[in-house]
Design a protein around this ligand. Structure first.
Ligand SMILES: [Zn+2]
Length: 549
């Protein structure tokens, strides 16, 4: 009450003060309830710790509170949780120059020049997204052309597909790329008409020459990137993420934000391998820090690569590359070794497995180790994209969480058909089957690989159709999940997948008041409407962190 008087006396408008309770009224509230079913409400009371004190229906009497917020009839859902994203990647991506909207070389050069002028402190100008085809150039751009825009600092710009890099002369000097340089295997250095002088474009593995010269981001840049990532995610209604592959430098940036009171996103961190795990957390997971905003949960282990580059590890060869089955990035003995080391310290393992052989090995390794290390381990398999149908029941047997990204299915379906052929798609992105067989589903985006937009994720999860409505009726539509499940997988199930249930993920008394106000009901909207959902406000711990106005 003291606060209310103060605020009144000084005419201070405080949207979400601490040490006061707030009634958010006049909303169409939706949450997953205790019973796992959808529960609806019309108002919510936030206590002075930023937790949900009460949810009310129209029949309930409104309590007396210090502040009242009018929800103006907006739909309120729990803050969305991205169960698989790369937080620093999102932030760094948002800070680098994006050339994907340029239609000519001249337009690109102008944009590069402006960006460099606006960012005088950046020692390197980094960017991506150029495409000489779109510019109708008929050739690659050159270092000399790039020098005409920026000559005082190195510039390194990745092509739209990530398979070529365009650099200026200073960058080539910094990386010692000259007429005598030889391209590494699997790479090519483009040369001028003399056949010797590098022209300024490096292809595939030759890009490594440059990547080794680009300095790692400094703490200040990481802080900026993290701040940017929080902004991007809140704009999409995301209030928490599982960060898949946290380095010690990332962790320190999260901690710095927490110490400064600038941590607005909840981060469940999974260390990038065993060494980073021990560096970050020592002998066991960290406690929940900063009012449930940060915890080091476990370890991310890469078992195989991706399907697109044929790095996914398959039981049978690729349909479009006979003889190639891909490769394990972590061999069976090593995987078991790391898993034992992790669970001995109560770290939660999150195993990246894309191909059928990788998923089989991950599932078998879990079954073996779960016998000696029983208890609530919440084993996670990240992606679980292409699973041999005979292995699908294993998800249920050990309560394994399939952490999957619905938008990968719509983005990858044609590629998956090419890589696997039509007869091996039964266990591909098999959300509904995994669920029916007793596995648990947490949904995410894999941003920045895909957009972090959770509404696109819910639309893909419930339709198996892309933004253009393709293919009509859905790709292997029996693997769709219903709206309620999709919402749960982006909220309460994603919280459970990170040992955060009871802390956040649902709008129930005692949980953190993390919520989003949106302009339509995701349980009713058509797929097209769902994709166009507008996030009006995002709140974390009872405080507004994003407002569309
Ligand atoms: Zn990922």
């Amino acid at each position: 009450m003291k606060f209310k008087l103060l605020a009144a006396a000084f005419g201070i408008a405080i949207a979400a003060p601490l040490h006061a309770d707030v009634l958010v009224d006049n909303v169409e509230g939706i949450t997953i309830g205790e019973d796992g079913k959808v529960q609806r409400f019309t108002a919510l009371v936030i206590d002075d710790e930023g937790k949900v004190a009460q949810i009310l229906t129209s029949r309930d009497k409104k309590p007396q509170t210090d502040f009242r917020e009018d929800g103006k009839g907006a739909v309120m859902i729990p803050g969305l949780i991205d169960a698989h994203a790369h937080v620093m990647g999102i932030g760094i991506g948002a800070l680098t120059l994006d050339l994907s909207d340029t239609n000519s070389l001249q337009e690109a050069l102008d944009k590069i020049r402006t960006f460099a002028a606006e960012n005088p402190d950046r020692p390197w100008i980094l960017g991506r997204g150029w495409n000489q085809e779109k510019w109708n150039l008929g050739r690659f751009p050159t270092a000399a052309e790039l020098d005409s825009a920026v000559a005082d600092r190195p510039v390194y710009l990745a092509r739209v597909d990530g398979h070529a890099g365009w650099v200026n002369s200073v960058a080539m000097q910094a990386a010692s790329v000259d007429a005598s340089s030889k391209a590494p295997q699997g790479g090519r250095i483009e040369r001028l008409s003399d056949g010797k002088t590098p022209s300024g474009v490096l292809i595939d593995n030759a890009m490594d020459l440059m990547q080794n010269a680009v300095p790692a981001p400094r703490p200040k840049e990481r802080d900026l990137a993290f701040a940017e990532a929080q902004k991007v995610l809140h704009r999409y209604g995301i209030t928490a993420v599982a960060d898949m592959g946290t380095s010690i430098e990332d962790w320190q940036a999260f901690r710095r934000a927490g110490d400064r009171g600038a941590l607005t996103l909840r981060v469940m961190a999974y260390a990038a391998g065993a060494d980073q795990m021990e560096l970050i957390a020592g002998s066991g997971p960290s406690p929940w820090l900063y009012d449930d905003k940060l915890r080091m949960n476990g370890i991310k282990i890469y078992l195989d690569g991706a399907l697109g580059s044929r790095g996914a590890w398959l039981k049978q060869p690729y349909a479009d590359d006979p003889g190639n089955t891909g490769l394990p990035l972590t061999g069976p003995a090593k995987l078991r070794n790391i898993l034992v080391r992790a669970v001995q310290g109560n770290f939660q393992p999150a195993i990246h497995a894309i191909g059928t052989a990788a998923n089989e090995d991950a599932l078998n390794a879990i079954a073996e180790i779960a016998e000696s290390f029983p208890g609530d381990r919440r084993w996670r398999i990240e992606h679980a994209q292409i699973v041999d149908p005979v292995d699908l029941p294993k998800f249920g047997q050990n309560g394994i969480i399939a952490s999957m990204q619905p938008v990968h299915q719509t983005s990858d379906r044609l590629m998956a058909e090419a890589r696997l052929g039509p007869d091996r798609l039964e266990g591909a992105y098999a959300w509904n089957t995994i669920l029916k067989l007793g596995g648990r589903l947490a949904f995410g985006s894999d941003a920045p690989v895909e957009s972090p937009d959770p509404f696109a994720g819910i639309a893909a999860a419930t339709t198996r159709m892309d933004a253009e409505g393709q293919p009509f009726g859905g790709w292997h539509p029996q693997e769709r999940v219903n709206r309620e499940q999709a919402l749960a997988s982006f909220t309460s199930e994603a919280a459970y997948a990170g040992f955060a249930e009871g802390r956040f993920g649902r709008l129930l008394p005692g949980e953190r008041a993390d919520f989003v106000l949106i302009d339509r009901d995701p349980l009713i909207a058509s797929p097209g409407e769902l994709r166009a959902t507008k996030v009006l406000e995002t709140w974390v711990g009872g405080r507004k962190v994003y407002d569309a106005d």
